[in-house]
Write a protein that binds this ligand. Structure first.
Ligand code: G4P
Length: 528
């Protein structure tokens, strides 16, 4: 096997999906503990404090450094290299989450044992389904009373439409929690409150028949367990690697994140069975990870990560080949070469300069405004990875400047913050307005705050008569010109200078569409 093939096969790149408060942050922290990135634990905690303050952007901003370094976390485990990509918690950041999910090879779904399948989990699951992303499930907070485990599996199967294959099974719950049985190895892992907090492994019995177990958990509980296991084995599906890899079956684990219980069996199973980087689609061909030429795509951009340095970082997922520090790459969208000097990796808690990276890894590229979300990088080949969505904003506001002399800074700020993809910035053809579109209303507060803090611009956002946006595509130059002349009042350029139709009402949009033959109105702009 080539270096690239063997490094690629060691990579496990995934994201955790869950409804807020199910325990994603806590579980992340424990996974990092197992990965030896112990210092991280504290920072993840800090990030969580920040997330709870999303209504107060100032507080969020204070924690910024922390939230950013944890956006990609790489750690070694049992001969594998695990890349955990963070997904933002707040619902207003949903778009970011979708794009992060395009950059992973699998996902881990966390469910609160008392709450079961919640609304945001359903949404995220729909996104995973678009690409048949393999999913493992962790049912959390077993130290509390919750729903009956069999009912929970049933709920996952019916609500999420995915087969469940329990890999661990709980022995009791809440006050009566005694441990879990591993249905594949047969081992019993005991729950010892207070003890499972640290890395320390739990006491393990080789099977439910092992001597000494009944003293630990009690005769009655053991008898009940035997009955229950019989029932579970009859009623559920055995683990099937192929079905899991195809996104049709989810292996299910039970545990308690905060007590670090049940996490190790999950992680062990994960690194053994979760998929390494897979073949990916481009506009012209499929790219296999073991190919020797570097390819990758940008799924996230973050402006001013380090306020001291005003940097903007583009996060690129490596899809094939080997990245080496200082190498030159080609950017098909612009047709230009780019030197990847000082690219960053995200080892443990610190951003570091990357010497090498392999398929599945994420590197941070310094962006000077020439990189957009969705951009592909290659060693010269003219291809573009597909499937990285850019959602049409649903809310629009006009930027109002308190100090008219700051117009330049305002434009620059709006353009740079739009690169991150959470907001989009439009310049109408016929006016000097600057219009910002967003998917969630919180984004306007965030942008106003960051304009002031990062660009020294005092701006507010006011209502504007725009209901929806559509990207215009037209193959014929003449038709396009006629369309432009006719609809100049409603047309604008976005930050990437693409033509966009800003419709004041749904009816207006419908009429414009009906009357413009040969012109396509696209709800999302998939970056070409
Ligand atoms: P999130 O990132 O998915 O939003 O969830 P997070 O990890 O922040 O966990 C949400 C709350 O659930 C936290 O409590 C956390 O301590 C708690 N939690 C996580 N795992 C478990 C578990 O296994 N058992 C129990 N009983 N609780 C768990 P909090 O009160 O919001 O914060 P904290 O002050 O306790 O940290």
């Amino acid at each position: 096997m080539s270096d690239i093939a063997s490094e690629s096969s060691r990579r496990r790149t995934f994201a955790i999906i869950s409804h807020p408060d199910a325990g994603k942050t806590t579980l992340t922290e424990k996974l990092l503990l197992f990965g030896g990135a112990i210092q991280m634990a504290g920072s993840v905690k800090g990030r969580k404090a920040a997330r709870h303050a999303t209504s107060d952007w100032m507080a969020l901003e204070k924690e910024r450094g922390i939230s950013v370094t944890s956006s990609v976390m790489q750690f070694p485990y049992e001969g594998r290299v695990v890349n955990l990509l963070d997904t933002p918690g707040h619902a207003d950041f949903g778009e970011d989450t979708y794009r992060v999910l395009t950059a992973v090879d699998s996902a881990l779904m966390v469910i609160d044992v008392a709450k079961g399948v919640e609304e945001r989990t359903i949404k995220l699951m729909e996104v995973c389904r678009l690409r048949d992303t393999p999913i493992m499930t962790f049912i959390n907070k077993l130290d509390r009373e919750g729903k009956d485990p069999i009912d929970l599996l049933d709920e996952v199967e019916t609500v999420l439409g995915i087969q469940c294959a329990p890999v661990t099974w709980p022995i009791g719950m809440g006050q009566r929690l005694k441990g879990v049985v591993h249905l594949v190895t047969g081992e019993v892992h005991l729950y010892e409150p207070g003890r499972n907090f640290t890395r320390q492994d739990s006491t393990i019995f080789p099977s439910i028949d092992a001597p000494g177990l009944s003293e630990k958990i009690g005769e009655k509980m053991l008898a009940d367990l035997r009955d229950e296991l019989e029932l579970v084995q009859g009623a559920s599906h055995p683990f099937d690697l192929e079905a899991y890899r195809a996104g049709k079956q989810t292996p299910v684990f039970f545990g308690s994140g905060v007590n670090n219980f049940g996490v190790q069996p999950l992680l062990d199973f994960f690194v053994d069975h979760a998929p390494p980087p897979q073949v990916r689609e481009t506009t012209t061909r499929e790219v296999a990870p073991q190919e020797d030429k570097l390819t990758g795509f940008v799924f996230k951009i973050q402006a001013n990560m380090d306020p001291m340095h005003r940097d903007r970082v583009a996060f690129m997922r490596v899809c094939s080949g080997r990245f080496e520090a200082g190498m030159k790459v080609f950017q098909p969208r612009t047709g230009k070469p780019l030197k990847l000097a000082n690219a960053l990796t995200f080892m443990a808690s610190d951003r570091e300069i990357a010497a090498e990276a392999f398929p599945g890894d994420v590197i941070g590229i310094h962006n000077h405004g020439t990189i957009s979300i969705g951009d592909t990088f290659t060693e010269g080949e003219n291809i573009a990875f597909t499937g990285i969505p850019n959602f049409a904003p649903e809310l629009f506001r006009r930027a109002r400047l308190r100090d008219p002399l700051k117009l330049k800074q305002l434009q620059k700020g709006l353009a740079q913050l739009s690169e991150e993809g959470a907001t989009q910035f439009f310049k109408p053809l016929m006016s000097n307005d600057l219009i910002l579109g967003a998917v969630g209303v919180l984004q306007f507060d965030v942008v106003a705050y960051r304009l002031k803090d990062e660009y020294g611009v005092d701006a507010s956002f006011e209502a504007v008569q725009v209901n929806t946006a559509r990207w215009i595509r037209c193959k014929d130059a003449k038709t396009l010109e006629a369309f432009r002349d006719k609809h100049a009042m409603n047309l604008a350029y976005d930050a990437a200078d693409q033509l966009v139709y800003l419709a004041p009402t749904r009816v207006n949009l419908q009429l414009a569409q009906e009357r413009a033959e040969g012109v396509e109105f696209l709800a999302t702009r998939e970056h070409a």
